[in-house]
Design a protein around this ligand. Structure first.
Ligand code: DLZ
Length: 166
């Protein structure tokens, strides 16, 4: 379903596990910071709403979305977080740069999901223009940061459930 048909902040609250004691890292790109700041704020508010403590949220900044993969990997390698949310916003410009950055970060995050036992959540907007991005960062289509936080909680819960059943 296209995001224009779905509000990114809508979810079924009964389907979301209690996230108390979950440790979550958020890696945020500084490019398009008006958008990424709003995505990050949304993610943090939603994590807290479901029980994640402020002290259990690790926030790190990177220059651009292309750097999200490496920073997410470093966080997984050097900390004990249960999951990582990568937040970025890539807006199409006049050159093919957009395609290379989108391809790089998408493949990078996908690769980390295969390589590491914790989930890496794709909180990256890839849009034609800034308005489309703002519409999805707390605007008319909701906030992709909320969606990323709910996805992180669900994926961490899945892992914890599987670990407990071993
Ligand atoms: C260079 C660049 C451009 C043109 N556009 C964006 C963008 O829209 N969103 C984003 O997150 N980053 C952009 N960057 C920066 C790259 O992600 C990266 O930081 C640089 O190419 C240095 O590796």
């Amino acid at each position: 379903m296209a995001t224009s048909l779905k509000n990114l902040s809508d979810y079924n609250i009964q389907d979301v596990p209690d996230a108390t004691n979950y440790k979550v890292a958020i890696v945020v790109s500084e490019w398009n910071e008006e958008v990424t700041g709003a995505l990050c704020d949304g993610a943090i508010a939603t994590l807290k709403k479901h029980g994640v403590r402020e002290d259990d949220i690790l926030k790190k900044y990177v220059p651009g979305s292309f750097e999200l993969t490496h920073a997410s990997r470093s966080v997984a390698a050097y900390t004990d977080v249960d999951g990582v949310i990568a937040i970025g916003c890539v807006i199409r410009g006049d050159t093919p740069h957009f395609d290379y950055i989108c391809e790089g970060v998408t493949q990078g995050i996908a690769h980390l999901n295969v390589k590491y036992p914790i989930p890496f959540i794709y909180g990256v907007l890839t849009t034609e223009n800034q308005q489309q991005a703002l519409d999805r960062a707390g605007g008319i289509h909701g906030n992709k940061g909320d969606e990323a936080a709910i996805t992180a909680i669900k994926m961490i819960h899945l892992n914890k459930t599987l670990q407990a059943s071993k």
